[in-house]
Design a protein around this ligand. Structure first.
Ligand code: SF4
Ligand code: SF4
Length: 375
């Protein structure tokens, strides 16, 4: 296993992190215990969970009793609270669940909007408890996790309050590059959220993606592309069953620059967008804001993937989250577009945005085919 410095925290983390969100899923606790054992034996000694992940912290607490705590780095995440006291209560709940007297790293969970950032930084609020907990050695370091648009991430990075960031950035999703670059400038640790799932459900790849990736697997190529950025510290891998580690472990020792053959395979992914011809969306975001809050760039990114890589199933998985996942996956679906035309002059590629949105809806929406607003 290769390890990297987690920015200014000076923690030394493996390039693969065990993301333990699913640790509470299998009924038989021996299953996640085995997942954890395999991870730790392979050198994956950074485990990441959250208070919001159901029974994950409690299960981990029991499972990790059988391991040498001193050799582990634990990150948990807690959403921002209104007051210092409420935040302290939450910190105590997490430690109790984990059966630990400290964690090396705490992330404020889900700074997804400017309002959440304000709440996090509000005077007398949760950061006060965090600072006290750091002084008392209950928390080692403070970071944040985010599913926000890039401008919110940049604003959060620029507060200087955090030592690390936990965000989305993959071969097939590069909108957060400015945030990655800024975090590197600020010497912050960077953890990439679940690249195999959020990066395109790569554990169930389409035939097209498999063929374009050869001789690598899509998971392998995406891991390699991401970790070949020297400023990125670690990638979370969320295995539910022990054998799932097999797809990831071959990358544990490969953290150098991309080889020529790997670069050529990534280039084949890139070239595939040419299939979209004049309907390709660069996901620049210039078309926003939409008065109906339609998430134009993300919908058209999913359309890009469906058209270029046959990734319709991934599109369906993400598309149904609009209007259902709050600020974790914000914005409205395409059928809320009223064809007002506001976005059209802002698109540098001159795309017929409503037409592409409706096409994307027809490809990806599996729910009731309700009438469009103007019908
Ligand atoms: S045309 Fe549709 S997507 Fe564009 S701004 Fe109007 S409502 Fe939004
Ligand atoms: S529709 Fe146009 S403006 Fe909007 S994200 Fe795509 S390319 Fe950019």
């Amino acid at each position: 296993m290769k390890y990297r410095r987690f920015g200014k925290t000076e923690l030394n983390l493996p390039i693969l992190t065990y993301g333990a969100m699913q640790v509470g899923e299998p009924k038989d606790e021996n299953v996640p215990a085995e997942v954890t054992r395999r991870a730790i034996e392979a050198g994956v000694n950074h485990i990441e969970t959250a208070q919001g992940y159901g029974t994950s912290e409690e299960r981990l607490g029991r499972i990790l009793k059988d391991h040498d705590r001193d050799k582990l780095t634990i990150t948990t995440k807690i959403g921002p609270q209104k007051t210092r006291d409420e935040m302290w209560k939450k910190i105590e709940i997490s430690l109790q669940s984990l059966q630990m007297d400290h964690v090396e790293n705490l992330d404020i969970h889900g700074i997804n909007r400017f309002e959440t950032l304000e709440l996090t930084l509000q005077k007398g609020g949760c950061m006060e408890a965090v600072r006290e907990a750091i002084d008392q050695g209950v928390i080692g370091h403070i970071g944040f996790s985010t599913h926000a648009p890039c401008e919110v991430i940049l604003a959060t990075l620029n507060t200087g309050e955090f030592e690390s960031v936990n965000l989305h950035y993959y071969t097939l999703f590069r909108r957060n590059l400015p945030a990655v670059q800024r975090a590197i400038e600020l010497d912050m640790g960077i953890l990439i959220i679940s690249p195999s799932d959020k990066g395109g459900k790569l554990y169930e790849p389409t035939d097209k993606l498999v063929n374009l990736s050869k001789p690598y697997s899509p998971i392998e190529l995406n891991h390699r592309w991401t970790i070949s950025h020297p400023g990125i510290t670690t990638l979370t891998v969320g295995c539910t069953y022990p054998e799932e580690w097999e797809a990831h472990m071959p990358m544990a020792d490969r953290d150098g620059p991309l080889s020529e053959e790997e670069q050529a395979a990534v280039q084949r992914w890139e070239d595939q967008y040419q299939l979209l011809d004049s309907t390709y969306c660069s996901v620049c975001g210039d078309c926003l804001p939409c008065p109906e809050k339609v998430n134009i760039p993300e919908i058209l990114r999913l359309r890009n993937l469906a058209k270029a890589f046959d990734m319709t199933e991934f599109g369906k998985y993400r598309y149904k989250m609009f209007e259902n996942a709050g600020d974790w996956f914000p914005g409205m679906r395409s059928d809320k577009c009223t064809e007002c035309g506001d976005c059209l002059p802002r698109c540098p590629l001159d795309l017929d945005i409503p037409k592409l949105l409706f096409e994307a809806h027809d490809i990806m929406w599996e729910g009731e085919k309700g009438k469009r607003r103007w019908e």
